[in-house]
Design a protein around this ligand. Structure first.
Ligand code: CA
Length: 368
């Protein structure tokens, strides 16, 4: 009798654990997501393979790749289409900068870029290189290298195999307007790689993001049908003065793309004609000037949801001065965005903090 009771109680425990796992799975899947912005870039140099592995281990849903194209048409994972903020290119190739004093990824071969040392991001101050974020990984320490898009996908897919998890990729085509202007078909090349690695359908665990709406429309209306692909597209939304997207006039002069229409009423329905979601800047959702007692929340999330789109704002950081005054902490900030403004996921440099917060919040919501 005793054995039977014991057996029954073990069975009951197993069922409970199973139920818990099921509830957990259902609760986490298809719900709020954490996107590792350039990897776990708050802790290791952005876009280094180490930062990607760390993000994976932190339990994120997606890992971001920013992609630029080299002189020999290879795809490398770098945030800028320049090399000078995160490598020693200026020391190794001092005479290969352009007139604007920048070193362009597209002016160097993959072999040359692989030979550079990669580091935490820095800027020049009084003729000296100083880190952009002083509390992060020290500049020029250890050994990091630029890698290709294929190498990163292989690592994430390899980890998916060895861990049994299914972490997605969140790939951004950087400055397609500039690449095209310089005769480089970066977009088609990125799509070919995604297709090669099995990302061909909206149901696959991938988002493709871009700031350039013209390029997104081209992907949706021309390249997808031609390449027999159909992925989830994200329209990133910038502020005009960042010069994130440029448009060339007939004389070849570049002018900043005007994003202001995307902030107006009715814009989300227009974006939904070619995209599946938006990646806005956080102040486009919770406005500057918000206070703890009075949040000024725009209609963007509500309108995007009404148009059937996801909303994944950027970038959540812990560094000094990065938490807006309306939030007392990083956790409060993400709580406001996720649960008051109602966004579907966030891009963060500190994925462990977001994953832990989200898990706690979901458990509480479920009364566990
Ligand atoms: Ca990006």
């Amino acid at each position: 009798m005793k054995t039977v009771v014991k057996f029954a109680s073990i069975q009951l425990t197993s069922v409970l654990v199973l139920l818990l796992l099921l509830v957990q799975g259902v609760a986490f899947a298809g719900n709020k997501v954490v996107i590792a912005h350039r990897g776990a870039s708050g802790y290791l140099p952005e876009h280094s393979m180490a930062a990607k592995a760390m993000a994976y281990a932190m339990g994120v849903d997606y890992i971001e790749q920013d992609v630029a194209m080299t002189k020999d048409d290879q795809l490398v994972v770098l945030h800028d289409h320049y090399l000078d903020r995160v490598t020693n290119v200026a020391d190794v190739y001092p005479d290969r900068k352009r007139k604007d004093d920048r070193y362009y990824v597209m002016d160097f071969t993959l072999a040359e870029i692989r030979g550079l040392a990669m580091t935490e991001g820095f800027e020049m101050k009084d003729g000296k290189r100083v880190p952009v974020f002083p509390d992060r990984f020290p500049i020029w320490k250890s050994s990091f290298r630029v890698h290709t898009l294929q190498e990163e996908i292989e690592m994430i897919q390899g980890l998916n195999k060895s861990t049994g998890r299914n972490v997605g990729i969140y790939t951004e085509i950087k400055a397609p307007w500039l690449h095209r202007h310089e005769g480089k078909e970066i977009t088609r090349a990125v799509l070919e790689v995604l297709k090669e690695y099995g990302y061909t359908r909206k149901s696959n665990n991938v988002y493709l993001q871009c700031f350039d709406p013209n390029e997104l429309k081209r992907i949706r209306n021309e390249l997808f049908p031609e390449m027999e692909m159909d992925l989830k597209l994200i329209q990133l939304i910038a502020e005009n003065d960042w010069d994130e997207t440029m448009v060339y006039d007939k004389e070849g002069k570049a002018k900043s793309y005007d994003y202001s229409w995307m902030l107006k009423q009715g814009a989300m329905a227009k974006i939904a004609e070619y995209a599946d979601g938006i990646g806005p800047w956080t102040p486009q959702i919770v406005k500057d000037g918000s206070t703890r007692n009075k949040l000024i929340i725009t209609d963007m999330v509500q309108e995007a949801h009404a148009a059937g789109m996801k909303v994944h704002p950027y970038t959540f950081r812990l560094d000094h001065g990065q938490i807006p005054p309306y939030a007392a902490s990083f956790e409060e900030l993400i709580d406001i965005l996720l649960y008051t403004a109602g966004v579907d996921g966030i891009f963060t440099d500190f994925p462990d903090r977001a994953v832990n917060y989200l898990r706690r919040a979901e458990y509480q919501r479920l009364g566990l």
